[in-house]
Every structure is written in C-alpha cells, then in structure tokens.
Design a protein around this ligand. Structure first.
Ligand code: ZN
Length: 161
C-alpha cells in the first residue's frame, strides 16, 4: 500500500490503517485500536470524524470502566436480562427516547445513577433465578482492566477472542 503525504509533517510516510493508540483519561492510561492516517515520520496521526466514530465504543468502554459505570456492552446485556427494549428502558430510566441506543453505541455515557439502578435490577433477577454467571461477567472486564495496571487494549482483546 502506497504511502501518502502527511498533512502534519509533509513527508510521504503516511498510511491509513489501524494502530494501537494510547490515551489518558482522568490520569489513567489506556490503549485502543484507532484507525487514522498514521505517519511513520512524525509518528502522529490525522483522525477523521469517521475514524473517531469507529473507535467510539472502545473509547466509551475504557472511560466507563475508569468511571466505574456499566460499559456499552454491559448496558445492552443488563437491559436484555431485565427484558426491556431500548425504548422501554428510556421510559423507565429517562434520558430521552434514544438514550439507550446512545449508551449502547458509546455515544454518551450512562448516568451513574442509571448504571447503579440497572445493576441492582440485574442482581435482583440473578437472585430470583439463582444465577450468578451474569453478575460475574459484568465484573470480569473491569478486573481485567485493573489487572493490566490501568492499561487496556480493547480492540486487541476483541481480536484475540
Ligand atoms: Zn508526518
């Protein structure tokens, strides 16, 4: 694949591809797989709005874990466990008609109170059904994160599994 001119440094060393990219959020370093026009000369990248959208859910997942709220996938799983559609969930928990579709795409972060309530409802379902697997699953991703000393690689994790 031919290299293109880098808009940042002018060298013909840029290629559009995905690379593991490190970010810091609230003092915690994490990495995600970020598409962009990456330059081997200046080691920087031009991230288009489409590139940014492609990594939106991974970034939101990292931020949710750091903030201690349910991740987009966990929200979806929790909502299904308590058998609500996205529209029904928005009716119960507020946030507007499209709130849950935005939470589950990682477009906006779920409010902490809604996250807690959703977790409680899931725990209740688990107690009723004598199941613990789901609750365990909700915490597995979080413990993986801390096991890596604050460094996580969501895209890599997904590729590996
Ligand atoms: Zn460059």
């Amino acid at each position: 694949m031919g290299k293109q001119q880098c808009p940042l440094c002018g060298e013909h060393a840029a290629v559009h591809e995905t690379r593991e990219s490190e970010y810091v959020y609230k003092g915690v370093q994490y990495s995600i797989i970020q598409p962009g026009l990456w330059c081997d000369s200046c080691d920087d990248a031009v991230i288009s709005p489409a590139d940014r959208k492609a990594s939106q859910k991974d970034r939101a997942t990292a931020h949710a874990i750091i903030d201690g709220v349910l991740t987009p996938d966990e929200i979806k799983r929790a909502r299904k466990i308590i058998k609500l559609t996205q529209a029904e969930a928005a009716e119960y928990f507020g946030g507007g008609v499209n709130a849950f579709s935005k939470y589950e795409r990682g477009e906006i972060q779920i409010p902490k109170a809604v996250s807690l309530l959703l977790s409680l409802l899931v725990e209740r379902t688990i107690a009723l059904d004598s199941l613990s697997a789901v609750a365990e699953h909700l915490t597995v991703e979080h413990s993986k994160f801390w096991a890596r000393s604050g460094k996580l690689s969501l895209g890599m994790q997904r590729q590996a599994s």
